[in-house]
Ligand binder design. Structure first.
Ligand code: C2E
Ligand code: CA
Ligand code: CA
Length: 654
């Protein structure tokens, strides 16, 4: 504030000086020209006065005969009379009469006789009057004290009845009275000029100041807009970064740690989509207001973009309680267009200098923590290097997955599972792929691991179950007992409504549960064993087969296994593919077969890539094989054609 005041005063002074300079220059030019004009007028007046003296006093005293011969006594007496009168009045300082050669023939004070002719006098003799302002006795041919300013006039003199030129009048008039006259006129003029210039100056100054005021306000507005968000008026990303940098620097100087948090609204897009952008804007404005109202002075709330806010909380050892409180404040209902709306948010945060000292790195880490908070519905999460797999790009992909499912961008490929001896296809495993509009054809490992952290996996699983069953139904005749296997992840298998949902789909498509097989991994089951067991038994009751996928990788207790309604164990392909070169793997495959058979389960070996492995699996009594040797995962049409080739009993089409 103080700085602002100081700079305004400086600016003001600068405008004042800047507009004063041209006004002063103008004043100087005008004053000089006034002065010159006044002088000229004064000289003209002096000239007139001299002329009057010549015409009324001097010329009548002359007879008209040549002055070169000297004055007659009569003439001299006449001149003396006239001159003593005017000199006595003080109107004239000195008066001389010269002949046409410029020689002095009369001088009131006796000066000038015998001196050479004067240039000005000679000019006057030729008819050119001269008026000059000089100090007295400054002429080369004059002696005596110089000093007093006088007006020196040279006038041709005419006399005689025909008024012919007879000589020259040289007359010195006192300058003082003329000057006083001129000066008093000038004073008034200067006063008027001064007032005029002052008015001009004030006008100019007012204009400059107001124009610059407008410019300054505009510049200030532009500066504000460059660093603030228009909707919420909060600082924008660039100001946030600047403030973060200085807060981090302070934290590094050992003052106090600084927390930097990223707040992202959950499902804000839904509000925008269902209530419209205007409502979305209202919601953002309200949340911005709440956040700003609950921060301490000196802390920063910024809008980083979309539904993302950034916080800088300085000098705080533990920011987590504060952030939980903010989360609660965001959570409170907002009334928008008469509707109560509530949004949740996820907050990720870092603490500087502990989590880093570079703004970009810290922002990226806070972002990672925020994504992790979102994925795990954790509310507030502090960054930790173990969260690094939540990188923003793949998370953005996950959020696109929801849209991708609705837009039919997902496709299922099917891989056959067959009896090892005659290679009859017993089942097909549905494996999902994503034909992404920008990133191309994506394999499950590129989007599933993260999708599994969010509820989008539910939507995906439902889509897979429905699509796989629908495609199975449209499969070639003669395949009425073909089963489709669908992979189900931990999150889904722990959700009781999943069983209900699957059963509803089966009913809707008029397919018996026996046409479906659920593949679930040991690890998925272990996440919530009781609930998983419940869901599995409901599915098993409906005839759905249950297969334990990637078996051998986890540490399932045998007691637990026997309590589950399983049909099948799938030996993890890590043990199968290279089993012939790895005796341990071969031993594991044998024990799983033994264990499975003891429990009355079918055992499937996946990852069969060579004839040698297939032969070996037949030898050890494996029930079903799956792998590139038999067939790679392929689109349903390709699978139908493949089955037609490989299994002549199948009729393609319909
Ligand atoms: P998984 O359930 O173990 O699926 C088998 C994977 O092994 C498939 O990879 C398949 O292409 C590959 N595979 C099959 N035979 C061979 C072989 O002979 N050699 C080798 N090296 N690999 C073979 P894919 O399709 O990339 O799927 C990877 C994983 O993605 C699956 O592993 C499964 O865990 C998951 N997944 C695929 N689709 C879905 C789905 O619809 N839902 C869920 N929840 N998970 C899915
Ligand atoms: Ca599988
Ligand atoms: Ca597997």
């Amino acid at each position: 504030m103080g700085r602002k005041k100081g700079s305004t005063a400086r600016l003001f002074a600068r405008y004042a000086v800047a507009s004063l300079v041209p006004v002063l220059l103008l004043g100087l030019v005008l004053a000089t020209s006034f002065r010159r004009e006044a002088n000229d007028r004064a000289l003209a007046e002096a000239h007139t006065e001299a002329k009057l003296i010549a015409q009324t006093g001097i010329e009548p005293a002359l007879s008209g005969s040549s002055l070169a011969d000297g004055l007659s006594a009569h003439e001299r007496a006449g001149l003396r009379r006239v001159v003593s009168e005017i000199i006595g009045r003080g109107d004239v300082i000195r008066l001389r009469v010269r002949d046409l050669e410029g020689r002095v023939v009369f001088s009131d004070d006796g000066s000038g006789f015998g001196a050479g002719p004067d240039d000005d006098a000679l000019k006057a003799a030729r008819g050119h009057a001269r008026t000059l302002l000089t100090p007295l006795n400054s002429d080369g041919n004059d002696a005596g004290n110089t000093g007093t300013d006088t007006v020196e006039v040279y006038l041709p003199l005419a006399a005689g009845p025909d008024l012919h030129r007879v000589g020259v009048l040289e007359i010195y008039l006192p300058y003082d009275p003329i000057n006083r006259d001129v000066a008093s006129g000038l004073h008034r003029l200067y006063l008027e000029l001064g007032v005029g210039l002052l008015v001009l100056y004030l006008g100019l100054f007012a204009i400059t100041a107001s124009v610059s005021g407008v410019l300054r306000r505009e510049a200030a507005l532009n500066a504000f807009l460059a660093e603030h968000d228009v909707l919420t008026e909060l600082p924008n990303r660039s100001l946030f970064r600047r403030r973060a940098a200085s807060a981090i620097a302070a934290a590094q100087r050992g003052e106090h740690p600084t927390a930097m948090a990223i707040v992202d609204l959950d499902r804000f897009k839904d509000v925008n989509d269902t209530l419209g952008h205007h409502s979305g804007d209202q919601l953002l404005t309200e949340i911005a207001r709440r956040l700003a109202a609950h921060m301490r002075p000196g802390d920063t709330v910024a809008r980083l973009g979309g539904d993302e806010f950034g916080l800088i909380i300085r000098a705080l050892d533990d920011a987590e309680p504060v952030l939980w409180r903010l989360l609660e404040i965001i959570d409170r209902e907002v009334e928008i267009s008469g509707l109560p709306v509530s949004v949740q948010a996820s907050i990720g945060f870092v603490s500087a200098p502990e989590d880093g000292t570079d703004v970009d790195e810290l922002m990226q880490r806070a972002d990672v923590a925020m994504y992790a908070a979102k994925a795990q519905h954790a509310g507030v999460t502090r960054y930790d290097s173990s969260l690094d797999h939540y990188d923003a790009a793949s998370l953005a992909l996950v959020s696109e997955l929801r849209r991708g499912i609705d837009n039919d961008e997902l496709v299922l490929h099917y891989q056959p599972q067959a009896s090892p001896g005659d290679r009859t296809v017993r089942a097909i495993e549905a494996l999902v792929r994503w034909q992404h509009p920008e990133h191309g054809f994506l394999m499950p490992d590129q989007f599933l691991p993260l999708a599994e952290q969010t509820d989008v996996i539910e939507k995906l699983t439902t889509w897979v179950v429905r699509s796989a069953l629908a495609e199975l139904k449209s499969f070639p005749h003669g395949q009425d007992d073909l089963r489709v296997a669908v992979n189900v992840s931990a999150r889904t298998i722990g959700r009781p409504s999943f069983a209900t949902e699957v059963i509803a789909i089966l009913e809707e498509l008029e397919l018996p549960g026996t046409r479906l097989k659920i593949e679930v991994t040991e690890t998925a089951l272990m996440a919530d064993p009781e609930r998983a067991a419940l869901v599995l038994s409901r599915l098993a009751d409906a005839g759905v087969g249950i297969s334990l996928d990637d078996f051998g990788r986890g540490q399932t207790s045998l007691g637990y296994l026997s309590a589950l309604p399983l049909d099948e164990l799938k030996i993890d392909r890590g043990f199968v593919t290279g089993m012939l070169d790895n005796p341990t793997h071969a031993a594991i495959v044998r024990s799983i077969l033994e264990l499975g058979h003891n429990l009355g389960l079918r055992v499937v070996a996946e990852g069969v890539e060579t004839e040698a492995v297939l032969e070996h699996l037949i030898d050890v009594g494996c029930d079903v094989v799956q792998g590139f040797l038999l067939g790679r995962p392929m689109p349903s049409a390709a699978l139908a054609a493949w089955m037609w080739d490989a299994q002549p009993s199948v009729t393609p089409g319909v």
